[in-house]
Design a binder for this molecule. Structure first.
Ligand SMILES: Cc1cccc(O)c1O
Ligand SMILES: [Fe+2]
Length: 291
């Protein structure tokens, strides 16, 4: 068994108050806990799905992948170790902080922390209620969304994320971002969501290019678009992607990486053949000059 879905993400951010405001009033997520040093947020029935911790990086801090059982966790641990990855079995304290029954951690070849867990905490007795009226986020078996990292060595990244962690390659996009500049981006799945993770040798100082949340209605996306647009925080306009057919836009976060906010992605069929594309979008997704 390999990982089943992306269960949570953590970001290291310089301005925790700015993020508390951003995640609730722009993204429509629900604050679950907060102090000066960190905050956690809900997007569904789980106790938390996103966390921010005070620090200087303003970047990716960790991703938490979910398996379905202790047996599944052991199998992922053995797969990682078989591919030369040092795995730590985390103790009760961190497992309790994450609200999970079992937790292991490791680093990808570039020092990016990756956690794998089973037994996340459900909070059905306190239903998710979006502060901006978002009708709901697409989570469940498809996990919380996706994220895209910039990596310096594609082969090393492929070995870790596919052979070690068990993600499967969905497709590859050769993305021409400007005159004579083409980026090759690799997309990976582990459930019905077209991609849970992607990477490429991307320009810029950040490890994290963006993370994506998917809503249950197109109006959720349009209303969020207006909230970002009101503050001239649109990074890429509305568009529809070639690979997952998601209609989405990209907005600026307080930390310099982007958030993609979308609806209407197609799901992975029982059998999928890897394909490639020469562009990221069927239409739209035009870069906006920074405000
Ligand atoms: C750049 C890019 C291309 C295709 C799908 C995506 O979600 C994405 O972020
Ligand atoms: Fe994306």
């Amino acid at each position: 068994m390999s990982i089943q879905r992306l269960g949570y993400m953590g970001f290291e951010v310089a301005d925790v108050p700015a993020w508390r405001s951003f995640v609730t009033s722009k993204l429509g997520a629900m604050e679950a806990s907060a102090n000066e040093a960190e905050a956690t947020f809900r997007i569904d029935s789980r106790t938390w799905r996103l966390s921010v911790s005070k620090g200087t990086a303003d970047d990716y801090l960790f991703a938490g992948y979910e398996v379905d059982s202790e047996k599944g966790l052991q199998e992922v641990k053995e797969s990682l170790e078989a591919h030369g990855v040092a795995v730590k079995v985390e103790g009760r304290e961190l497992a309790a902080k994450r609200g999970v029954l079992g937790l292991i951690s490791c680093s990808d070849p570039f020092g990016n922390r990756v956690e794998v867990y089973y037994g996340g905490t459900e909070l059905f007795e306190r239903p998710f209620a979006s502060p901006t009226g978002v009708t709901g986020f697409q989570t469940g078996d498809q996990g919380i969304g996706h994220y895209v990292l910039s990596v310096p060595d594609v082969d090393a990244a492929l070995a870790f994320y596919t052979k070690g962690l068990g993600l499967q390659l969905a497709d590859v996009i050769d993305w021409t971002v400007g005159e004579g500049m083409t980026l090759t981006v690799y997309f990976f799945y582990c459930n019905g969501r077209h991609h849970t993770f992607a990477f490429g040798k991307l320009p810029g100082p950040k490890k994290l290019h963006h993370f994506m949340l998917q809503t249950n209605s197109m109006d959720d996306v349009g209303l969020a678009y207006d909230r970002f647009d009101a503050e001239r925080a649109i990074v890429m306009t509305l568009g529809r992607h070639t690979n997952d057919h998601m209609v989405s836009f990209y907005g600026a976060t307080p930390s310099g990486f982007a958030v993609e906010y979308g609806w209407g992605a197609r799901e992975m069929p029982p059998r999928w053949s890897v394909v490639r594309y020469d562009r990221i979008s069927i239409w739209g997704h035009k870069f906006q000059p920074p405000a």
